[in-house]
Ligand binder design. Structure first.
Ligand SMILES: [Zn+2]
Length: 230
């Protein structure tokens, strides 16, 4: 990266797929990463989220560095001396807001401590990264289905619960679904070979399945019958 900033790197200019994948997640990570200001020597004045205004480059736009006369690559410590901030007089509402905020914090140049970055979730700084808490914030939420507790009950077997969960959402790779994805195979049921193999046929209608009582004809079939047939 040399002197470039992680937040301003152009994803199109990298040839590494790993880097591309990481850079494309910046927007997601940005909502959790907070720059904690102390001596201001590590924190980017324009790109890090170190004030309540968010990353200042977003607040001021590309003309911000010229407006405030602060270099695009400046750290926060480079924007002040021991006697005060080096910002031009406020000429926009954003600049006024920033100046107001800066008067409320200690001058970084006076701090003996190093800056640090924190992972914050809904205003709470975490001591260690939590996948569970982070996932709970970024995931889509829907109303709990009435079959949820039949699958994710205490003591469930993960592999079976996962299959049941997929089946409830009709996402099992049945032959009719495989064909819809472009596979050149027969659509007939793998058990009776008479009608198209769909989730509903396999679990509820297949005569061979009923006759021999395959595993998926048990509780799962009953649960699906409830949710499918009302
Ligand atoms: Zn069948």
């Amino acid at each position: 990266m040399k002197d470039e900033n992680l937040w301003s790197l152009d994803v199109e200019k990298t040839t590494s797929s790993t880097w591309k994948a990481l850079l494309s997640l910046r927007g997601l990570a940005a909502q959790f990463i907070r720059a904690k200001i102390r001596n201001g020597q590590r924190i980017s004045f324009w790109f890090d989220h170190w004030t309540p205004l968010g990353p200042l480059i977003h607040r001021f736009g590309d003309l911000g560095p010229r407006e405030l006369s602060i270099s695009i690559s400046a750290t926060v410590s480079e924007a002040c001396t021991q006697s005060g901030w080096l910002l031009r007089g406020a000429r926009s509402p954003a600049a006024e807001e920033l100046q107001t905020y800066l008067t409320s914090i200690p001058l970084p140049t006076l701090s003996p401590k190093d800056d640090y970055y924190a992972w914050e979730i809904e205003g709470t700084e975490l001591n260690t990264f939590s996948t569970r808490k982070t996932w709970n914030v970024v995931r889509n939420r829907e109303e709990e289905k009435d079959w949820t507790r039949n699958i994710w009950f205490k003591g469930h077997v993960p592999r079976q619960a996962f299959t049941a969960w997929i089946a409830h959402q009709d996402r099992l790779p049945t032959r009719t679904r495989l064909i819809s994805w472009g596979m050149n195979i027969s659509s007939s049921c793998c058990l009776c070979n008479r009608v198209d193999e769909t989730r509903t046929h396999l679990f509820l209608q297949c005569k061979i399945n009923r006759k021999f009582g395959f595993w998926f004809c048990g509780d799962l079939g009953i649960l699906i019958a409830r949710s499918t047939l009302g």
